[in-house]
Design a protein around this ligand. Structure first.
Ligand code: FMN
Length: 351
């Protein structure tokens, strides 16, 4: 591994390493549980996140954290007699964690559920694409971006996974690069609009028929004073593909948003903070925006959804801001919000 003292690597960056290996003896469920619980405790102390999978005699692990902590951990893991044939699959240094909310996950048994495996594989394989994707995005290479997305779709990647594990994390990495002065504000703006273009190339997973005919109306808004387009644009494509009536709003004040809500009376409103930057002080403002929005048409039932980096990294919840729903990703949002609309109406009928 490259030393953390290398001058090109700021010490506050995150080192990430992924490897696979072969178990020397087939571990029992109890062995795996013990391994995971000890590893989890030590990783927490070291500030390391990531995941560990065990499937049919093979381990797969991604670790990320402070370079020095990864170095220490890797020295232990590499010489652990419980596995052999260790093959490093990827290793990089990045300005931000890509597994933000993850801790160590262990699977007790030989059979990992198919969906979990697919999800973990997407985390790993698409995460590995991010550094190259950032280059394309920062160079404004729209042809390269479209080619990349087309190639991923061609090789079977579902749109939802590309959104959640490539496009949205790239936005967060760009935000971090801007914060740490590794790119200019103009680079960030160009990068985010390139990601918006990439989002248009995504084909969304088909919506179940009963939700397709719902004809719900949603107002997609940016939080007042937080002009950004990426999340709103990705959502607009997704909801339109799912057959919703979509309106957009880029209000400059709570009053402007309330006026639009009162005039349009949508079934749901989504208010988005930036997908790239996590500004905690925007939460208090968002809470006020939502309070104000709920008064805009008090007799009309409106589901209030929120999104943005603070929510995707679980740094904030729907309750923190008085919303009905906080989306961690744009993927799946139309299905979840349709359910909430139905639920809210059902509750209203029963009261
Ligand atoms: C496949 C595999 C993955 C492991 N992952 C971790 C881990 O993420 N964190 C950790 O502290 N130990 C992990 N361990 C255990 C370490 O190899 C080591 O036993 C433990 O960190 C104690 O370190 P020490 O023996 O140097 O004191 C893992 C072991 C195996 C076999």
């Amino acid at each position: 591994m490259q030393s953390e003292d290398a001058p090109s690597v700021p010490t506050d960056w995150t080192r990430s390493i992924s490897y696979q290996s072969r178990a020397t003896a087939r571990p029992t469920a109890a062995d795996l549980r013990e391994l995971v619980s000890k590893a989890e405790a030590r990783n927490q102390t070291l500030g390391v996140t990531g995941m560990l999978l065990y499937d049919k005699g093979r381990f797969f692990q991604t670790l990320e954290g402070p370079p020095r902590a990864i170095e220490t951990l890797w020295t232990s893991i590499r010489s652990d007699p419980r596995h052999t044939d260790i093959e490093v699959l990827s290793e990089h240094v990045i300005p931000s964690r890509l597994f933000g909310g993850w801790n160590l996950l262990g699977y007790h048994g030989d059979e990992v559920p198919e969906a979990t495996l697919r999800q973990a594989k997407a985390e790993h394989e698409l995460t590995g694409e991010i550094p190259q994707f950032i280059d394309l995005v920062l160079n404004g290479d729209d042809i390269g971006i479209n080619r990349k997305i087309a190639a991923l779709i061609e090789s079977g990647w579902k749109g939802d996974l590309i959104l959640t594990h490539l496009i949205e994390p790239t936005a967060r990495a760009l935000g971090d690069a801007w914060l740490s002065d590794d790119c200019s504000e103009l680079d960030l703006a160009i990068g985010l609009s390139m990601l918006q273009l990439a989002g248009h190339a995504i084909v969304h997973d088909p919506t179940p028929a009963k939700l397709r005919t719902s004809q719900y109306r949603i107002l997609l808004a940016t939080a007042p004073g937080e002009p950004h387009m990426l999340g709103t644009s990705l959502l607009a494509d997704l909801f339109t593909d799912a057959g919703w009536n979509v309106d957009m709003a880029f209000p400059d004040s709570n009053q402007a948003l309330a006026n639009q809500l009162a005039a349009q009376q949508p079934d749901a409103v989504d208010i988005g903070l930036s997908d790239a930057l996590s500004r905690k002080n925007s939460l208090a403002l968002l809470r006020r925006t939502i309070e104000r929005s709920r008064f805009a048409a008090p007799d009309h039932l409106t589901v209030v959804s929120v999104g943005g980096r603070l929510f995707s990294e679980a740094a904030a919840t729907a309750e923190n801001v008085g919303a009905d729903y906080a989306r961690k990703t744009v993927a799946g949002a139309s299905i979840r919000i349709a359910e909430l609309i139905r639920l809210k109406r059902q509750e209203h009928r029963q009261t």
